[in-house]
Design a protein around this ligand. Structure first.
Ligand SMILES: NC(=O)c1ccc[n+]([C@@H]2O[C@H](COP(=O)([O-])OP(=O)(O)OC[C@H]3O[C@@H](n4cnc5c(N)ncnc54)[C@H](O)[C@@H]3O)[C@@H](O)[C@H]2O)c1
Length: 351
């Protein structure tokens, strides 16, 4: 039987998760809940997704605004096995008791603290420990990227410690008329920034320190790492370790993929829904190794990267797939995730 899923909060993350659930053959999206009454939820209704009111006030307001309301959040919860809470940060924590009382398992997002669920999730790192749990938290976009890449190198026995600088986007495109910064970079006021400690909620054995700054663009984050390796290694060994891990793709300056905006455009050209890049894009030809130190940079699509992780978290909590690698492979195949975004160069003609 398919896992019956609800999404509470149809915003930047929620609408992506809802679409991905609809794509999965082993899941049914029963409906989405929200408090908004504007184009967001009317779009969902227009796509044929049942819209539920997350609060009583919202139900009245939705009715007034002409949004077809399928019922209350309690009605929605009574029909599902798992709810994905994609409400704004700190709201989900207040909903957890409601989910527990309804006997519904819950996937929270990175805006919540680790303590809220006591479990933080990145599929390739710790799927097994989420199997059958009542709740987990899919970590933030930056933390997911960090765990994927550093975890791959650690799994290969290559990583001793990592020190990184994270340049974050200022705000999401959909909210960029409401706020954000312009023509500046704003360093975070304390070190470490939260992403390093957050990565250790998933992989406690990582020796990682991060500094972060906010820049005045709206799409995607970039990370720059100095890595202390466990021993002198070759570039090839690091690339092999990254290739062995899921959800990491290579991009190259030599191909003209030279900046965050080019990768964003490439995803659009590939026909990705909303231009989403679910993979971490590592610049293959920038990665440098000198003895037992390595340096690398990659790009994280903050709006998209948590989508496949959330799909795997649903399966883990529901217990329908107990092996992480199997779930990851299912998710990645259906979404169409890739290791390379460009076809291999055609070989030169013989004569
Ligand atoms: N935006 C990102 O780049 C990003 C990346 C990774 C993780 N996250 C995390 O994902 C979560 C959701 O973030 P987002 O960016 O999608 O937020 P968002 O503001 O885009 O969407 C939140 C949605 O929830 C609705 N909502 C607000 N209060 C509600 C309530 N009480 N009940 C039901 N619905 C309610 C809003 O109307 C909106 O549609 C947060 O924990 C955030 O930290 C965000």
């Amino acid at each position: 039987m398919n896992v019956r899923v609800a999404v509470n909060g149809y915003g930047v993350i929620g609408k992506r998760v809802a679409d991905a659930v609809r794509d999965m053959p082993d899941m049914d999206l029963v409906g989405v809940a929200d408090i908004a009454t504007d184009w967001h939820v009317r779009t969902a209704a227009g796509l044929g997704i049942p819209v539920f009111a997350a609060t009583e006030e919202a139900r009245a307001a939705m009715g007034d605004a002409g949004v077809p309301v399928a019922g209350s959040l309690a009605d929605l919860l009574s029909q599902v096995d798992v709810v994905v809470d994609t409400t704004p940060k700190k709201v989900a924590a207040t909903n957890l008791e409601l989910y527990r009382d309804a006997g519904v398992k819950a996937v929270l997002q990175g805006g919540e603290s680790h303590a809220t669920t006591g479990h933080s999730f990145v599929a390739q790192a710790n799927y097994a420990t989420a199997v059958g749990r009542d709740a987990t938290r899919v970590v933030s976009c930056n933390t997911t990227g960090t765990v994927r890449v550093l975890g791959a190198l650690q799994d290969a026995g290559l990583l001793a410690r990592a020190r990184g600088v994270l340049i974050r986007r200022a705000t999401d495109p959909v909210e960029s008329h409401q706020g954000g910064i312009m023509n500046t970079v704003v360093p975070e006021g304390s070190i470490p920034s939260h992403q390093g400690p957050d990565a250790r909620t998933v992989r406690p054995e990582l020796d990682v320190v991060t500094m972060a700054a906010k820049a005045s663009h709206t799409q995607t984050h970039s990370h720059f790492w100095t890595l202390q390796l466990t021993r002198p290694a070759s570039r090839g060994e690091l690339l092999e370790a990254l290739r062995a891990a899921p959800r990491i793709a290579f991009v190259r300056m030599a191909d003209g993929v030279t900046a965050l905006n080019t990768t964003v455009e490439l995803m659009r050209d590939l026909g990705r829904p909303r231009g989403d890049m679910w993979e971490v894009a590592v610049w293959e030809d920038v990665l440098t190794v000198e003895g037992d130190e390595a340096y690398l940079t990659y790009q994280v699509d903050n709006e998209a990267i948590a989508t496949p992780e959330t799909i795997d978290a649903i399966r883990a909590l529901a217990g329908t797939v107990t092996d992480g690698a199997t779930s990851i492979a299912m998710t990645d195949e259906i979404l169409g995730m890739r290791r390379e975004f460009l076809p291999a160069p055609a070989s030169a003609p013989m004569d």
